[in-house]
Design a protein around this ligand. Structure first.
Ligand code: AP5
Ligand code: MG
Length: 211
């Protein structure tokens, strides 16, 4: 097998997806179902950072001050965290990134890290939900979640502002690469998951064609 075909096979043997969308759009909810069905490794930077806070690590202590205010944790911190997770998962069939990348610098770093593993991002699924519905969901979850960034409506609105200014531009990065797909994120969890599944299956079929 020549090296070009070998490279294509390595790329096509993995499925790497990004679940993109504003705070409360259902990334975590849909991620659980996607990893269950397709056997991907779920990498949620929000969950990883909250675990660091629980474990009281220096990284967690640094991250907490940003998260409590609804701001982004510095790029180098989250990129380093993802790098070490990818290192530990040598046998993964593929990855589902949830809440990462959130800046263009993170998207560029992710491309480099995946290139190093001879693979790439195949598709970005973006959940679209109106801001009023997002606020309702997060305030409701704040009653029980214990998440400090869910309880105060001002912090929730700050998270949306950060999303618009710093994270939304990441969508153009993937639109230029023709990897971006919008998914209606309102309605029942099951209906949204069916739409996502159809899109993933289309991607898997397209990958088989390239083998
Ligand atoms: P993170 O943990 O990623 O939070 P987020 O993006 O703000 O979004 P959420 O996790 O709150 O929402 P979600 O989209 O997962 O929705 P969910 O399924 O939970 O980040 C938190 C913080 O960490 C950031 O602010 C930042 O400080 C830091 N951080 C994380 N990643 C970073 C990065 N890469 N760079 C820098 N900083 C980073 O659903 C929400 C609610 O809605 C739930 O109650 C759920 O039950 C409900 N729900 C879900 N689907 C539906 C539906 N279809 N109908 C009705 N309700 C629904
Ligand atoms: Mg989440």
């Amino acid at each position: 097998m020549n090296s070009y075909i070998c490279f294509l096979r390595l790329v096509s043997n993995m499925l790497n997806l990004i679940l993109f969308g504003p705070p409360g759009s259902g990334k975590g909810t849909q991620s659980e179902k996607i990893v269950d069905k397709y056997g991907l490794v779920h990498l949620s930077t929000g969950n990883l950072l909250r675990q660091e806070i629980i474990d009281k690590t220096p990284l967690g202590l640094e991250a907490k001050s940003f998260m409590d205010k609804g701001q982004l944790v510095p790029d180098e911190v989250v990129i380093g965290m993802i790098d070490s997770c990818l290192e530990k998962q040598q046998d993964a069939k593929g990855f589902l990134f949830d809440g990462f990348p959130r800046t263009v610098a993170q998207a560029e770093a992710l491309d480099r890290l995946l290139q190093f593993k001879k693979t790439a991002i195949h598709k970005v699924l973006a959940l679209e939900v109106s801001e009023e519905e997002l606020v309702t969901r997060l305030i409701k979850r704040g009653e029980t979640s214990g998440r400090s960034d869910d309880t105060d409506e001002d912090i929730i609105r700050r998270r949306f502002a950060v999303y618009k200014n710093e994270t939304y531009p990441v969508s153009n990065y993937y639109k230029e690469e023709e990897k971006f797909e919008s998914i209606k994120g309102e309605g029942s969890v099951e209906d949204i998951f069916n739409t996502i599944s159809k899109s993933i299956e289309k991607e898997l079929a397209a990958q088989n064609l390239t083998e």
